[in-house]
Design a protein around this ligand. Sequence first.
Ligand SMILES: Cc1cc2nc3c(=O)[nH]c(=O)nc-3n(C[C@H](O)[C@H](O)[C@H](O)COP(=O)(O)OP(=O)(O)OC[C@H]3O[C@@H](n4cnc5c(N)ncnc54)[C@H](O)[C@@H]3O)c2cc1C
Length: 460
Amino acid sequence: MAGAAPRLVIAGAGLAGSLLAVLCARRGLAPLVVEARPDPRRAQPGGGRSINLALAARGLAALEYAGLRERIEPLLVPMSGRRVHEPGDATGRFMRYGQRPDEVIHSVSRDALNRALLDAAEATPGVKLRFATRCTDVAPADGTLILEDGDGHRHAQPATLVIACDGAGSAVRQALQARGLLDAREDWLAHDYKELALPPAPDGSHQLDPNALHIWPRGGFMLIALPNTDATFTCTLFLARDAAPGFAQLRDAASVDAFFAREFADVHARIPDLAAQFLANPQGRLGTLYCRPWVHGGRVALLGDAAHAIVPFHGQGMNCAFEDCVALDRLLGAHGDDTAAALAAYEAERKPNADAIARMALENYVEMRDGVRDPRFELQRELAFELERRHPARFVPRYSMVMFRPDIPYATALERGERQQELLAEFTGDAQTLADVDHARADAAVRARLTPLAKPPPAP
Ligand SMILES: Cc1cc2nc3c(=O)[nH]c(=O)nc-3n(C[C@H](O)[C@H](O)[C@H](O)COP(=O)(O)OP(=O)(O)OC[C@H]3O[C@@H](n4cnc5c(N)ncnc54)[C@H](O)[C@@H]3O)c2cc1C
C-alpha cells in the first residue's frame, strides 16, 4: 500500500525531529513525522529513570526562534557552575561557568522535553505524527521511504523531501551508506557510561546543591550528577570498558559497592540501592560519528545525531541538533522552491561547525575528569575571566563561547579558543597567582592577536 505523498517526511520524533516539525509546519511544509517508538506521552510519567540533559544558550535560542521557550522554561533547573568533589569532599569546590548572572546552563529531563516538543508539534497545524512506525529504508532517487508499523507490516511512503532525524543509528543514513552514497565512520571511545538515580533527602529536598553540575573527577574516569525538578539527581559514571578500573570488573554487587565506596564514598552513602541500580541499568557506548555528505539528490538530508553524533562531554549534542533545525528552516526560507540549494547551503554551513564541536567535546572529557583538578587549569581559568573583563569584545573564554554565545559559531569558538589557549599558557608560564601575570603584556597580546568579535545580541 502506498500512502499519499506529503511534501516532507521527517524520520524520528526525538528532540530534533519534533522541533523541526514545528518549524517546517510554520513554513507551510505540512510534515509527516514517523517515529519508531510508541507515543512517549501515553507512557506513565515517572515510570522510568529520569535522564537529563544540559540545555545551553544555543538550544534556548532555537526554542526561542520556534516560539517555544516559555513552554520549556518551567522544565529547567539552572546550573551556574561545576561543583568539583575531590575524595572526601562531600560539599565540593564551586567553579562558576561564566561571569554574568545569565551565564548559566540548564538541566532538563529528556523525556519531559521530548513530550513538550511533541505537544507543540501536535498543536501546530499541518503536522501529522505517526508513532510505532519505523523507517527501514529509503530510495534515494525519488525519496520513497519504506515504513514498518508495530505489527511488522511494511509500506512505501512517497516523499518529495526526507529529513532524517532518526538519531545516531539512523536507518536513513545506513540506507544511503549501503548504496555507496555516503561515507560514515564511528570512532568509539574505550569508555562507556551508566546512569544512576540519586534520590531526594528524607525531607524531600535535593541531597546536593541543586544549582550546580557535580563532578567527581578521578583522572582516568569520573562521575557527574545533574539535578532534576523532582529533587532527584541523575548521576552518570564514565569509565573504561575493559581497562582497570573498568566496567568489566564491576559484575556483581560486591565489586560495585567496593568500587563506589572507594572512589565516590559520599555518593555511595546517598544511594541506598546503588548496586541494584548499577546491575539493572544499561551500559551505553560513546562515540563520534563522522559522515559526509549529509544531503543527497536535493531530497534527502541528515540532521542532528543522524549526521553528527558526538560524545556528551560538552553537553552540546542536542544544542547542536537544535541549531541545525534553525539553520535548515532559515535556509529553506531563503532558497524558496530551490530545496536542493537550501540543503547544500545547510550542509556547507553546519558541517564545519559539527566537526568543531565534535572535537571540543572530546577535549572536554580530559578537562572534566582531570583538568579541573590541576592548579594551572584554575589559574588559566582566572586569567581568562580577567582578560574577558578587560577585553570583552576580544577575549571570551572558549567554554563561554560554546555555552553562552550562540552568535559565535562552533568553528569560530574552536579557532579563537586555540589562539586564546596559547596566550593563556604563555602568560601563566611562571605565574603562581593572577598577581604574577604581566597584565600589560597580556593586554597588548590580546589586542594584537585577537580581532574584535561582533557585539552579542542583548540577552532575552
Ligand atoms: C549520556 C549522554 C548524555 C548527553 N548529554 C547531553 C547534554 O547534556 N546536552 C546535550 O545537548 N546533548 C546531550 N547528549 C546528546 C543528545 O542526547 C543528542 O545529541 C540528541 O538527543 C540528538 O537529538 P536527535 O533528535 O538527533 O536524536 P534522538 O534524540 O536520538 O532522536 C532520534 C529519534 O528517532 C527515533 N528513531 C530511531 N530510529 C528510527 C527509525 N528507523 N525510524 C523512525 N524513528 C526512529 C528514535 O526513537 C528517537 O525518538 C547526550 C547524549 C548521551 C548519550
